[in-house]
Design a protein around this ligand. Structure first.
Ligand code: HEM
Length: 497
């Protein structure tokens, strides 16, 4: 028999269930509601109907369907005006996602084939600069956050605009402050997504104005870079993603489709939003996962030791690990997979929306319903994972010692809107983590307690800030860095002129 909406808790008039989502982090609250109401439950937050999914099979089934590729049309999305890749939907999103995916592959975001080595070398250049910087701390208590922010930003900025920042660069610090403030301001607007009437409140207007000012400042920086590219553009030498867009805009004009490219949206703003989207999706996530990796190694020194032993045996002490070593490093790889599972840094995925009335698993889901995949709940489900609270890399190893990923392991989401940067993310995570642990022992500063594994829920779940002592492990006399491309003249060093 056809059911109606999935079951779920009732709320108050106007506010719906919103006032009850308090206390613990939302992803923990929704995980508990899933236990009570089942793997598909619904509720109203303000005026929005939300369906929460915590069965990986239902999520897979839903997210491979076109009807679930929408994004909610909330106040937040209205501010973005349909620009960019993360928050757009429909035909434009589909075409642009395909375009970006193909171009990013051409720049080496792929596991096999030509171009991969180039990307690996770019990342390793940043890894090596990061290692040198950390070695200079000489084992003193160090906050990894600033150095990782800079290194991971430089990877994504190189792909997008052939730019890298120098350490201790004031322009970079300003840029990071703007991004961080943007995250917070957007977070503070969250309630308006559910109760649109709040948009008339004076504080909302003030927040919106501040956001607009920040965006203007950011876009001035981006635009300067785009203008530089335009001045030196050579269609036979595509240097980065900005050049790719300039070539596409030129082709579209020549083919008489200039007016319809980006569905008539301004190409200048389109490029700015794509750069902003890739930067915010690709920096915070990788940096946070690496910070979690160190937290879990501090909690589990025997696991850190086992990773180091595997690396010593397979890679040796005269070089850093490479992507081609991965098939011979199952324990190192499964440790990273366990970091991704246990930290679930995007605990609620990114909200989807139904583009029309649809049926899912026998339930009716009206058009525009928001769909939230409870990725954290799946990764911590005791029916799927033995002792899910425990950090156990061996759960990703088969009896023969081979790496196996169960179908309910979804750190990058699944389906048509799955993470666009998963290949790059996995390359970065492996190269940074394996190099860091190969070169250093991680130690807690004397007298400091272990950093909590609980995490702070924001747009991503981040660990509490902590310091770690990086004690250098002995390397062979013939040890050398192979890829220090970060210092090469190919890249324009921002702040160096
Ligand atoms: C550890 C690192 C990362 C994690 C855990 C992660 C996770 C995710 C998740 C869960 C989603 C939502 C999927 C959905 O809507 O169903 C997503 C979307 C996305 N990610 Fe990532 N991500 C990571 C790194 C990256 C990197 C390095 C990039 C950039 C190059 C990137 C670019 C994107 C983009 C553009 C989207 C939106 C795709 C769309 O809406 O069509 N991510 N990511």
């Amino acid at each position: 028999m056809l059911k109606h909406l999935p079951p779920g808790p009732w709320g108050l008039p106007v506010l719906g269930y919103l006032p009850f989502v308090k206390g613990e982090a939302p992803h923990i609250h929704f995980k508990d509601l899933a236990k009570k109401y089942g793997t598909m439950f619904s509720t109203r937050l303000g005026n929005q109907l939300i369906v929460f999914l915590s069965d990986h099979k239902i999520i897979r089934e839903a997210f491979r369907r076109e009807e679930f590729t929408g994004r909610p049309h909330t106040e937040f999305i209205n501010i973005l005006g349909g620009y960019g890749i993360i928050n757009s939907d429909g035909r434009l999103w589909k075409d642009q996602r395909r375009f970006l995916h193909e171009r990013l592959r051409q720049f080496g975001m792929k596991y096999i084939g030509a171009g991969k080595e180039h990307m690996e070398c770019r990342i390793m250049g940043e890894v090596e600069t990061c290692l040198k910087h950390l070695a200079n701390q000489k084992g003193s208590p160090t906050d990894l956050n600033p150095i990782l922010s800079m290194s991971i930003s430089n990877v994504i900025c190189a792909i997008m605009m052939s730019v890298r920042f120098q350490h201790d660069d004031s322009r970079f610090n300003k840029f990071m402050d703007l991004i961080e403030e943007g995250f917070k301001l957007f977070g503070s607007l969250e309630a308006i997504n559910f109760i649109p009437a709040m948009r008339y409140m004076p504080w909302f207007q003030a927040t919106r104005k501040k956001l607009a000012q920040n965006r203007l400042e950011m876009s001035e920086f981006f635009q300067e870079t785009v203008d530089n590219h335009r001045a030196t553009f050579d269609p036979s030498n595509i240097r980065d993603l900005i050049d790719t867009y300039l070539a596409e805009i030129q082709n579209a004009k020549e083919e008489g489709r200039g007016e319809t490219l980006f569905e008539g949206k301004r190409s200048r703003r389109w490029m700015q939003q794509i750069i902003g989207d890739l930067f915010s999706a690709g920096m915070e996530t990788v940096k946070t996962t690496l910070q979690w990796a160190v937290v879990f190694m501090l909690h589990n020194p025997e696991i850190a030791k086992a990773v180091q032993e595997e690396l010593d045996e397979v890679v040796g002490r005269s070089r850093l690990p490479k992507l081609e070593d991965i098939p011979y490093l199952p324990y190192t790889e499964s440790t990273l997979l366990e970091v991704l599972r246990r930290s679930s840094i995007v605990p609620l995925g990114t909200t989807h929306a139904a583009t029309r009335d649809v049926l899912l698993n026998g339930f009716k889901i009206p058009k525009n319903t928001q769909i939230v995949p409870l990725l954290h709940a799946i990764h911590m489900d005791p029916n799927l994972w033995d002792e899910p609270e425990k950090f156990k890399p061996s759960r990703f190893l088969s009896a023969e010692g081979k790496v196996t990923k169960p179908e309910f392991f979804l750190p990058f989401g699944v389906g048509r809107r799955m993470c666009l940067g998963d290949v790059l993310a996995r390359m970065e995570l492996f190269l940074f983590f394996s190099s860091l642990i190969h070169v250093f022992n991680f130690q807690l500063p004397e007298g400091q307690p272990l950093p909590s594994t609980k995490g702070n829920a924001g747009i991503t779940v981040t660990p509490d800030s902590y310091k770690v002592c990086l004690i250098q492990r002995p390397l062979d006399a013939e040890f050398e860095f192979l890829c220090n491309s970060a210092d090469s003249s190919l890249m324009r060093n921002v702040g160096s002129h």
